[in-house]
Design a protein. Structure first.
Ligand code: ADP
Ligand code: MG
Length: 209
């Protein structure tokens, strides 16, 4: 992982999020306030625009600049949560050394743990954490197993999709959707869908490398 890797992933993700924008917007209109797609698109744009400023920086500095940009530039729960993700990834030890698969897993796990602490949402509360926590658990398993990396990434895309779909029948107990009670049932959580698309895009780009 390098700053250039992060920027190129953000560009890939932009394309996929734009392709699915109408669906994500509708999901947040159903159980939120409709701005989730705008927050995600703005966040990605801000990260991509940082390219010239950060492309030659060491990973830790680049991650911190991305975190600051996301925290100050995106509103909503997602701004705070994704900002926290990048900020904590930057705190993973030994980022100045070569980042292998194991270290990359550690970084993502650290970032997701911090999001969990920040938002205080666990599995089953109908948020993006329903996708992210199981992905983090799988990464934790993969980093110390002999599973082929591509096979592991393909399992992760499956977990993310299953968990995103599973938010449909949940009651929401965190975030705006929690005010809806039973009416939140029958709708997939918008943050779960955007997170799943992001994970799917990154995993597939690594699988096809
Ligand atoms: P807001 O809810 O402030 O309008 P967004 O629309 O950008 O922010 O994001 C909504 C998404 O944020 C939800 O679909 C859900 O996945 C996620 N979310 C809301 N509250 C929390 C929380 N406490 N922890 C984790 N994720 C949350
Ligand atoms: Mg919203």
């Amino acid at each position: 992982m390098s700053v250039n890797f992060l920027i190129s992933q953000a560009k890939n993700i932009q394309i996929v999020i734009d392709e699915n924008a109408a669906e994500i917007e509708a999901l947040d209109q159903n159980i939120g306030d409709g701005d989730h797609i705008f927050n995600v698109q703005r966040g990605l744009k801000l990260v991509v625009e940082l390219e010239d400023d950060i492309k030659n920086l060491p990973l830790q500095k680049g991650l911190n600049m991305i975190a600051m940009k996301v925290l100050s530039g995106i509103g909503g729960s997602s701004g705070a949560l994704f900002g926290t993700f990048f900020m904590s990834m930057a705190k993973t030890p030994d980022l100045d050394k070569d980042i292998d698969f194991k270290k990359a897993c550690e970084m993502v796990i650290t970032g997701i743990n911090a999001m969990k602490e920040r938002g205080k949402a666990d599995i089953g509360e109908k948020t993006m954490m329903d996708v992210l926590i199981p992905v983090s658990e799988k990464l934790n398993e993969l980093k110390s197993s002999n599973t082929d990396m591509k096979e592991g990434l393909s399992e992760i895309t499956k977990i993310a999709e299953d968990r995103m779909l599973a938010t449909k029948d949940m009651l929401a107990t965190k975030g705006r959707a929690s005010f809806l009670g039973e009416r939140a049932k029958g709708h997939i959580d918008p943050g779960a869908r955007s997170s799943q698309l992001i994970i799917d895009t990154i995993c597939k780009s690594l699988i096809n490398k």
